[in-house]
Design a protein around this ligand. Structure first.
Ligand code: AGP
Length: 600
């Protein structure tokens, strides 16, 4: 996902912009740039590669108190200096950065830019050239900006500089995230509050198809038909320490370690003054009216949804379907008469998931978003939100957000069950507390986990994760963790499914990580382990206390059988981390990946 920053105020903007981009590095990018504006004009610095490379290219002699910056995750046009943002119009009057995808960029190019020489292969450059064209035909810059925005189809978060209006940054948003931050004698623009927390914690949400005129003294929000919109600022919940690594070598390891704390925070946040777990009544009402729940998500959040299905069906007795967002969007199944939709998204900005939310709302159905980001698109556009309270998750590989999603889903299922008169045979508050303690034990077993990674994953080119029932779902998550940060070809399988084809891939020494936490399928999965071992595999059994045998590689601390995924995933997170470390991979920023994928 691209990142955008902007600053206009009394201070020099260069360092503020560069620091802001550094805070957005976690989102994933392949090039970066800034443009700063002073009396001489607009100075653009942009480079392929890391922000450190950009920093070296910035001319520190240029003083400028207004500017914009961008980290690019290539969609149209390869990663290169010429395709990096900011992009300038041929007149050099306008300079622009953009996050999103303009679906009709080639139509606009043919209609408005015949004969105009384009410097890049990007959809973004079309925007700034069209603005320039409309101004050259006599429109004022604000009118030209508005007219161009009205023509764009697709997603955009835009910041624009006009060298003839040095006291202004022009901003616009549609589907891609963008905020305006408020300060004393300055204002800022950011893709998320994290980038500009260095200067302010006061932010104003922007809605789709809004444009903003930002000066150092004022922020004027307008709809595309020119009406001024008043909106109160909110205080970003983050604090600076949340977004620092501290003594950790990687954000991912810090975030794995934060899971026990997050568990305890969630228990506390979802308890009422009597210590009873509680959920917004409107959400319970919607569950009551529904005849089927549809969980929509991507990646790790999808894997959380698979476990969430178990929770809701087994505790609240409501049928649940779980769908990959990008599939559901274009291949919607036959829906039940009274569906309720749950969107799970750490970032709250995943375009695939958001596209389904738009469809669901158009069909008039209710939607609940479970997310880690207050004020995110998926949160704002749903009817209800349940927050993860996990604190910012910076590493691309999701860890604490996954277990937080599971905890919130368990609470949602338990409270819904109670509201439907279903008595659970366990106290979830107590059991989640035991889970938090079990997580602590696992986070303290790093040496053991590093040893397992070394033993099974040092040289292998592939790895299989097998499990039955909910262990299958956790195995899918384990395989995603391993492949996305170590680049080992990992796959998760239902244990009973291996013999229907995949077992052909088992060779001498192939690592097969097997989860055995569910008593009713324990013998089954151990039989699958024997099948692969008989064909040369190197099995690594991770079992739950009480089910262990002497052949198991690691025994998990005992937690309620319904909640085992909240602990069984932690060894998989840690061995993936160490496997990536041993291979000198970029653990926090794996190749080709972004923290939040805001393009479909
Ligand atoms: C998980 O480790 C990945 N970073 C990725 O699969 C992620 O879970 C997916 O892109 C969904 O993101 P979201 O939860 O922010 O919607």
């Amino acid at each position: 996902m691209c990142g955008i920053v902007g600053y206009i105020g009394q201070q020099d903007s260069k360092e503020i912009l560069l620091k802001g981009l550094e805070k957005l590095e976690y989102r994933g990018y392949d090039s970066a740039g800034i443009a700063v504006m002073n009396n001489e004009g607009i100075h653009v610095f942009k480079e392929k590669g890391r922000i450190a490379t950009l920093r070296d290219a910035v001319n520190q002699d240029v003083a400028a108190n207004a500017g914009i910056g961008h980290t690019r995750w290539a969609t149209h046009g390869v990663p290169s200096k010429v395709n990096a943002h900011p992009h300038q119009s041929n007149s050099s009057r306008f300079t622009l950065v953009h996050n999103g995808v303009i679906e009709n960029y080639s139509i606009l190019k043919n209609e408005f830019l015949q004969g105009v020489e384009l410097k890049s292969d990007t959809d973004t450059e079309i925007i700034v050239q069209v603005i320039d064209k409309f101004v050259s035909e006599g429109l004022e810059v604000e009118e030209a900006f508005r007219k161009t925005l009205a023509l764009l189809k697709g997603s955009y978060a835009i910041a624009l500089l006009d060298e003839l209006n040095k006291e202004t940054i022009y901003v616009a948003k549609n589907k891609s995230p963008l905020l305006v931050g408020l300060g004393e004698n300055f204002n800022v623009v950011a893709s998320d509050a994290m980038a500009m927390l260095q200067v302010t914690d006061q932010y104003v949400e922007l809605m789709d198809k809004e444009m903003v005129i930002v000066t150092e003294e004022s922020v004027t929000i307008k709809t595309l038909d020119g009406n001024v919109v008043e909106r109160a600022p909110y205080t970003a919940e983050l604090d600076a320490s949340d977004i620092e690594k501290g003594t950790y070598p990687h954000y991912m390891l810090k975030e794995i370690d934060e899971q026990p704390l997050v568990m305890r925070k969630i228990i506390q946040k979802y308890q009422d003054e009597n210590g009873k777990l509680t959920i917004d009544q409107d959400i319970l009402q919607s569950f009551d009216e529904a005849d089927r729940v549809y969980i929509i998500a991507a990646g790790t959040s999808y894997h959380a949804g698979l476990v969430g299905k178990q929770f809701i069906e087994k505790m609240a007795n409501i049928p649940v379907e779980v769908h990959v967002a990008s599939e559901f969007s274009y291949n919607m199944p036959l829906l039940s008469a009274k569906p309720l939709f749950i969107f799970i998204s750490q970032s709250g900005e995943t375009a695939d998931s958001r596209a389904v939310l738009v469809q669901v709302k158009e069909l008039g159905y209710k939607a609940l978003t479970i997310t880690n980001v207050q004020g995110s698109t998926l949160s704002r556009e749903a009817d209800f939100t349940l927050l993860l309270h996990a604190g910012p998750e910076i590493a691309v590989a999701s860890t604490k957000a996954y277990t937080a999603q599971l905890a919130v889903l368990a609470i949602l299922a338990a409270v819904t069950a109670e509201s439907r008169g279903i008595e659970l045979d366990f106290d979830l508050v107590k059991e989640l507390g035991i889970v938090a303690n079990g997580m602590e034990v696992l986070c303290d077993a790093k040496e053991e986990m590093e040893e397992i990674a070394r033993e099974y994953l040092s040289t292998t080119r592939n790895c299989f994760f097998i499990g039955r029932a909910v262990d299958f779902y956790v195995g899918l998550e384990g395989s995603l963790k391993l492949k996305e940060i170590s680049y080992i070809q990992a796959e998760g399988f239902a244990g009973g499914e291996l013999k229907h084809g995949t077992i052909a891939l088992i060779e001498n020494g192939t690592p097969v990580i097997a989860l055995a936490t569910q008593e009713h399928v324990n013998l089954g999965i151990r039989g699958n382990v024997k099948e692969v071992a008989a064909r040369g595999a190197n099995p690594c059994i991770i079992s739950m206390k009480g089910l262990e045998t002497e052949e198991d590689r690691y025994v998990l601390p005992l937690v309620h059988e319904a909640l085992t995924p909240l602990v069984s995933v932690i060894p998989l997170q840690l061995i993936s981390y160490y496997a990536a470390l041993h291979r000198d991979c970029d653990v926090d920023k794996p190749r080709n990946l972004a923290k939040s994928v805001t393009v479909e």
